[in-house]
Design a protein around this ligand. Sequence first.
Ligand SMILES: Cc1cc2nc3c(=O)[nH]c(=O)nc-3n(C[C@H](O)[C@H](O)[C@H](O)COP(=O)(O)OP(=O)(O)OC[C@H]3O[C@@H](n4cnc5c(N)ncnc54)[C@H](O)[C@@H]3O)c2cc1C
Length: 247
Amino acid sequence: MEVTLLKSTEDPEEAICTAARNDYMSDWVGEKGFEEIMETVEGDTIEEKQYTLISHLLKHGHFGPFEHPKAVFAVKGISRSCMAQITRHRHVSFDVQSMRYVSFDDVDPDDVGDGEMVVIPHSVNDPDWIGRNQKGGAVDEETVEKRRRVFEASVTESVDAYQQLLDLGVPPEDARFVLPIGTKVNMVMSMNLRMLMHVADMRAAADAQWEIRELTETVLDFAEEWCPLTFKYYNENMKNRKNRLAP
Ligand SMILES: Cc1cc2nc3c(=O)[nH]c(=O)nc-3n(C[C@H](O)[C@H](O)[C@H](O)COP(=O)(O)OP(=O)(O)OC[C@H]3O[C@@H](n4cnc5c(N)ncnc54)[C@H](O)[C@@H]3O)c2cc1C
């Protein structure tokens, strides 16, 4: 999988603080400079004042101001299974590559089961990999080799059937029914910072499924650079909360 940040709100933490100060000031923030808006907030520097205010908002569950900054990500090569999970989040906006316009013609038939067009789960190749609810330990190399063969054979057969159906005149939107759920897809997704923290709460948790966790961890890496003060507080005080409904 690859993830890149396409666009994001400039000065996101200035936007958060301005919105929050609007709630508590008699003057209108629209005609004040940022330093003036932050004048009464505790702290020696503007960064300290921002951190004071952002921590206060997060600590007290005043999450509205975090809905103003927004980020747009391009995601490459996640499985349709992972896509089904992330698209359950109703306040994230998505554009998902349509399979009707995807051709597998340029994929070498020998590479079909090789991660070229289908995501290969770690457990297929890694003898030490243990699933979320699995008991027991590592398996031997022979078992891994068998897993790999079964996986590759199944994927190759599905893709072969897909191509044959296309050749027999079945439209792509119908032929795709035989493709595996691990088939790769690209998408663009955007979300506000409140939603990003909510997705992180649910999907970066240790018990989340590994692929969506990898996706979320990468999004979080970008987010930590984009909103450093917010994630300083989040990482120190909020990360790995269990079963939070909001933000
Ligand atoms: C470990 C794990 C396992 C899961 N397993 C399954 C499964 O087996 N089957 C399955 O179907 N799903 C499963 N899910 C998906 C899960 O049930 C949620 O649908 C998904 O994570 C979306 O999150 P959300 O409910 O917080 O809603 P989001 O769409 O992310 O919305 C964010 C918040 O907005 C509020 N909200 C949004 N819409 C409404 C609404 N209509 N009514 C009230 N409040 C609303 C809620 O507070 C919600 O938490 C799983 C999720 C996880 C993390």
